[in-house]
Design a protein around this ligand. Sequence first.
Ligand code: AMP
Length: 289
Amino acid sequence: MELISTTRRLIEKVSALRYDQKTVGLVPTMGYLHEGHRSLLLRSVAENDITIMTLFVNPTQFGANEDLSTYPRDLERDLELARHAGVDIVFAPDNDQMYPDGSATWVEVDSPITTVLCGASRPGHFRGVTTIVTKLFGLVMPRRAYFGEKDFQQLAIIRRMTADLFLPIEIIGCPIVRESDGLAMSSRNSYLNPIQRRKGLYLSRAIAHAQELVRQGERNAHALRTALVDILPDDPEMRIDYIECVDTLTLQPLETLTCSCRLILAVYVDTTRLIDNAPLTIPTTETKE
Ligand code: AMP
């Protein structure tokens, strides 16, 4: 496995791979890797000749009051995990490599899918994401790129951007990997002390509760949401950012659940913001009038 830190070396390496007609899979990450990241790496290794993982805590996707300076980092551990997963190249640039002096181009998906949910709570976040992902796509020009459904809105926005820019890259969405008790894995879980970590189980429990209510026949999104707010523990440390039932493709909130519906939520435990999502399965026969 080769560790590359400059765009210049990466471009050299990628041109040699292209000359050799190797298929390249790209897995962008911000590091502090866990099993969720590993699932993306393993899929890329299985489907491509070469897997390139990027490791970059992208400053432009963090808001002024967010956790850029405290974001967890452990390069040695990440390299070990990547090596074991079969990664061929790790690209770990610093800020000056990705945003050299004079860089002035932003990529922004101008659509309601970017303004709802996390887009509403974190202004500018998705502009940072789409800009860095476009830069990485430009450098690596992969055949396939792998993203987790954990960041469901991000995945939808990257699909939109890739289609709009006619980029010849297949975007592969990978299922959420969870801890055995249901907590969706996240680098940010490391911020939680043991008590807060237990509180974080609210998200996966809310999903399970919603799925049960839907199974029992609930179809009203407002009623569903109210039921989920009702089971939020009465705890000053916990605060709902959003809970929505959205259309899987447009991410717009629904009033009545359809057969293509996703529950998506963001909840603060103290200052740590946790996100999760899952499909709400409704029989297709119900919505075919
Ligand atoms: P991050 O390092 O948080 O930017 O995540 C890098 C990639 O890993 C993104 O595509 C995430 O959606 C994905 N990812 C993060 N957590 C998980 C998880 N629990 N399951 C599956 N994919 C994940």
